[in-house]
Design a binder for this molecule. Structure first.
Ligand SMILES: [Zn+2]
Length: 276
């Protein structure tokens, strides 16, 4: 890597979901009442900033009856490089999140239409993609292909997982190849990008959707803008790499508020299913 490590915030620093009665908005600085914020789906009532929520929140928000028939729930990472503290970090995140890894996937319905749904979780190692996330995403794609039902992947990720080295990078090729087969069979894939979706995930399945939806204000790109700015020593344009910027530049099809996400999916799925 060309970039010095110190500029990367540790996932756990970014992750502290506020627990107090009052929460300060990261973007506008407004002090918000937690209960109000929860009711508003963790969207700032003043500036529309979308706070990060977890994969279980998205399951409740998007799927019929908040129900996911989860597959490969217990798939766990190995430590192929014997990377210092990796096993302990995995255990810590498993305890913290109740998840075995940073993605869940399975079968669900949205507006009565059957889909394969996968959602990543930033709390687990910053959503970094290692062998298990790659494998589960690949299996989700295969399941959609076998059943010929739409695939929806909701991404959030800091990139590839460094503790698994080349095994992490391999997942980019693997998931992209599986998506090529899915496209060949004309099974639709909707990619939902949430804040942030970066590097290895953005450069593989994140940006390969037939339809790409982004939550407002999400940072989407190959490298975080802070790192780019520090590297090139120049100020970046206003809103650089945010959802709206990517929409203007044709990299994203829709920017949709979290409040409208389920209805938007139902509309798209209805159109797709009518085409048969
Ligand atoms: Zn705000």
């Amino acid at each position: 890597m060309w970039f010095k490590k110190k500029v990367e915030a540790k996932p756990e620093e970014k992750l502290k979901l506020p627990t107090g009665l009052w929460v300060k908005c990261d973007t506008c600085g407004e002090i918000l009442y937690r209960k109000e914020l929860e009711k508003n789906l963790w969207i700032c009532t003043k500036c529309n900033f979308h706070f990060r929520i977890n994969c279980r929140n998205y399951i409740s928000l998007l799927l019929d009856d908040a129900a996911l028939d989860e597959q490969d729930k217990d798939l766990e990472a190995l430590d192929p490089l014997g990377f210092q503290d990796y096993k302990k970090k995995l255990r810590d995140d498993q305890e913290k999140t109740g998840l075995k890894e940073g993605v869940v996937y399975g079968f669900a319905t949205i507006g009565g239409i059957g889909v394969v749904f996968a959602a990543m979780d930033f709390r687990f190692r910053g959503g970094s993609m290692g062998s298990v996330i790659g494998e589960k995403i690949a299996r989700a794609i295969r399941a959609a292909r076998e059943k010929k039902i739409p695939l929806i992947i909701l991404s959030t990720s800091g990139g590839a997982r460094m503790q698994e080295g080349i095994f992490s990078l391999m997942q980019m090729a693997k998931t992209s190849a599986e998506l090529a087969l899915l496209a060949q069979d004309k099974v639709p894939y909707i990619s939902i990008l949430t804040n942030p979706t970066l590097a290895g995930v953005m450069a593989s399945y994140g940006s390969l959707g037939d339809i790409i939806i982004a939550e407002p204000g999400a940072e989407l790109g190959f490298t975080g803008s802070r790192v780019i700015q520090q590297t090139i020593g120049e100020k970046l344009p206003e809103g650089f790499q945010r959802s709206e910027f990517l929409l203007e530049h044709g990299m994203v099809d829709l920017v949709v508020s979290r409040k409208d996400l389920r209805n938007t999916l139902i509309k798209i799925l209805t159109i797709i299913s009518k085409r048969g």
